[in-house]
Design a protein around this ligand. Structure first.
Ligand SMILES: *[C@@H]1O[C@H](CO)[C@@H](O)[C@H](O)[C@H]1NC(C)=O
Length: 205
């Protein structure tokens, strides 16, 4: 059942990837996207010329992402799934951030979008293999912690319950209030819009 629901969007993505492997098309698409980007807050979508997009591993990753998104428990306006996460060692909690007066921030590190033994990307700043145990995941998350100083970082359990409940793969933003989901961002990377989150918080103020 899930298979047939997901098939059309998966095939669309596959065709997109196939087309983007023609450099002339890739250049044109990304040129167009760059022109439309007016807000520097959102991380830009970037693919270098040297990485092939249409591969078995990339298609597996896209399928995985669509499936998680389709089966997620998290929906706007509904109760926020309270999934299990694991704390990193020796981390001070509750450090002040931009919106610390109205919101606590937490980063839940799930899995690698581009593991060195999966959908490899030479653009990735780190070469990290798929996590085989919680220790692998915790040590990879230590690197992430350096990227987000002042923000609590926790990791998904090895059952990947947060990733599944929130359809988080590749990356996704949420705002929770009193146990409810009040903002649900789109699937990253295309739907990962920090500006949307910022606007929501500004309106809330
Ligand atoms: C959780 O995700 C990892 C990838 O980081 C994968 O290797 C593992 O098999 C997944 N666990 C389950 C229970 O699906």
């Amino acid at each position: 059942m899930v298979f047939f629901v997901l098939l059309p969007r998966f095939l669309m993505a596959a065709v997109m990837f196939w087309l983007l492997d023609f450099l002339c098309i890739r250049k044109r698409v990304f040129f167009r996207m760059k022109e439309q980007e007016d807000d520097a807050v959102d991380p830009p979508l970037c693919i270098s010329d040297s990485n092939r997009l249409f591969t078995v591993e990339s298609l597996k990753a896209v399928w995985h992402g669509h499936k998680l998104d389709f089966l997620k428990a998290a929906h706007l306006g509904q109760g926020a799934p309270n999934t299990e996460v694991v704390q990193l060692e020796d981390q001070r909690r509750g450090v002040v951030e931009q919106n610390a007066d109205i919101a606590d921030t937490v980063v839940v590190y799930i899995e690698e979008a581009h593991p060195s033994d999966g959908w490899v990307s030479t653009d990735a700043p780190y070469q990290i293999p798929k996590h085989r145990c919680l220790e692998d995941r915790l040590s990879a998350a230590q690197l992430m912690r350096l990227e987000v100083p002042g923000c609590l970082v926790v990791v998904d359990s090895m059952e990947n319950s947060s990733n599944a409940a929130y359809g988080a793969y590749f990356d996704r933003l949420y705002i929770l209030q009193e146990g409810k989901i009040v903002y649900q961002g789109g699937r990253g990377p295309e739907g990962y819009r920090i500006t949307e989150l910022r606007d929501w918080l500004e309106k809330y103020r």
